[in-house]
Design a protein around this ligand. Structure first.
Ligand code: GDP
Ligand code: IMO
Ligand code: MG
Length: 431
């Protein structure tokens, strides 16, 4: 029995939602610990498609407790909208099935506006390409010690003072940008209006998780984004504003690191990225286009086409280490069906020098040229395969080579968007 942390090992959209939904059959509690509604997780269950942004991907399974930890930034309106969308699909999630940490900072409309204003004011080549959900500005306010947190909605007497403090900062910026200032009384009224709708979900999550752990319940921690979008370890400044590495599961939920037994890194069989920033193996040719079309690589949140490229083993080898990944779930192998040959990046050339890691400096990252190894493709289909025996020999060879290059075994293999098209090699919960 073990608690499992799921993280993305690339730039997000590796298929975390599908794998967390699949694994959650064995879990009692599923916890989101960072990010916000910038995430987009697609679950396909018996032909029904669920698109989640803020809610943990265990939420569609009855009988599982979903938890949003303090490491998340919570847009209360986005939460209510997502709950309503799910209810319309027949999944009704009330406070008995969803608990939200009282110390979770809120995303307010002013954060969303600032995110968009900043992006639009930046020259295109320097844009981060954020989801414009207010994620960055909300985390800035958390670290700046002026955020409004969920628990503050339960203390109406002290709320105006907290809002004044927040607006002293924001209205200064808004004056500089030439946009109307936010009126304190109006914002307090808006917060008081939404409070009764979200406060029933509020809980002391650190305590809840500690009790669950002591009772021997299995806890599944669900990361959003990917390790290369981590604020410290990612391709800074083209990153998101939270720690996405596995260690964040501890601080982002209030459980000690000793309770995290197994880290599963979700890894796409090729590479994609949404938004700006360096991407050494990016393919802007017909091959890249084919990967995008076959893999249906369009963002869930913004609808943007994802940039596509060959599998980069250098990056994943690095995130295996920064996240302490014990095993990977290799997804979307089926998208590689039908290629005559496949390339895998095994190193970089930067300024004439060969290296086997991602350099930390953004200019050097942009100059990194991939060194490829070419492998034979396969013509038979792997789509929907549910056992190793169903895989063509070349596909098995590809998987084995990926394991060797990243220094980590495949624990789970995914061969289609559908929940059950998944091959279990090693059960993370039995680590
Ligand atoms: P996440 O953000 O990591 O949860 O990933 P997304 O849901 O944004 O993107 C992954 C996409 O790939 C979704 O549309 C999934 O339904 C789909 N998907 C997941 N696993 C597989 C797979 O093994 N094969 C194929 N073809 N699609 C998959
Ligand atoms: P999931 O959980 C892919 C990217 C954005 C942008 C950068 C910063 O579905 O894997 P932000 O709005 O977070 O300030 O944007 O991070 N990004 C993601 N890319 N998948 C995601 O989530 C992402 N969440 C943010 O495109 O480049
Ligand atoms: Mg996604």
């Amino acid at each position: 029995m073990a608690n499992v942390v799921v993280v993305g090992s690339q730039w997000g959209d590796e298929g975390k939602g599908k794998i967390v939904d699949w694994l959650s059959e064995q879990a009692d509690v599923v916890v989101r610990f960072q990010g916000g509604h910038n995430a987009g997780h697609t679950l396909v269950v018996g032909g029904n498609t669920y698109k989640l942004s803020l809610l943990p991907s265990g939420v569609v399974r009855p009988g599982k407790l979903s938890v949003i930890g303090n490491g998340v930034v919570l847009d209360p309106q986005a939460l209510l909208d997502e709950l309503a969308r799910l209810a319309a699909q027949g999944v009704v999630v009330g406070p008995e099935r969803l608990r939200i940490a009282e110390n979770t900072p809120l995303i307010l409309p002013l954060h969303r506006e600032l995110d968009a204003l900043r992006e639009n004011a930046t020259v295109e080549s320097a844009r981060i390409g954020t989801t414009k959900r207010g994620i960055g500005p909300a985390y800035e306010d958390k670290v700046g010690r002026r955020a409004i947190r969920l628990v503050d909605l339960a203390e109406p007497a002290t709320l105006p003072g907290k809002v004044e403090r927040l607006l002293a900062h924001h209205n200064l910026i808004r004056r500089g940008l030439g946009v109307p200032e936010v009126d304190a009384t109006t914002l307090v009224c808006e917060l008081n209006a939404i409070a009764p709708k979200v406060l029933p979900f509020m809980d002391r999550v650190w305590d809840l998780l500690d009790r669950a752990r002591r009772e021997g319940k299995k806890i599944l921690f669900e990361g959003a984004q990917g390790a290369l979008l981590d604020i410290d370890h990612g391709t800074y400044p083209f990153v998101t504003s939270s720690n996405t590495v596995a260690g964040a599961a501890s601080s982002g939920s209030g459980i000690g690191p000793g309770a995290l037994d197994y880290v599963l890194g979700i890894t796409k069989a090729y590479t994609t990225r949404v938004g700006g920033g360096p991407f050494p193996t990016e393919l802007t040719d017909a091959v890249g286009k084919t990967l995008g079309e076959k893999g249906r690589e369009f963002g869930v949140v913004t609808g943007r086409a994802r940039r596509c490229g060959w599998f980069d083993a250098v990056l994943v080898r690095q995130t295996v280490r920064t996240c302490g990944i014990h095993g990977i779930a290799l997804t979307k192998l089926d998208v590689l069906d039908g290629f005559t040959e496949l390339k895998v990046c095994v190193g970089y050339k930067v300024d004439g020098k060969q290296i086997d890691y991602l350099p930390a400096e953004s200019g050097a990252q942009a100059r990194a040229e991939p060194i490829y190894e070419t492998m034979e493709g396969w013509q038979d289909s792997t789509a929907g395969a549910r056992s190793w025996a169903d895989l063509p020999a070349e596909a098995v060879k590809y998987v084995r080579r990926v394991e060797e290059l990243i220094g980590c075994p495949v624990a789970v293999l995914s061969t289609s968007p559908e929940r059950d098209d998944t091959i279990l090699v090693h059960n993370p919960f039995l680590a």
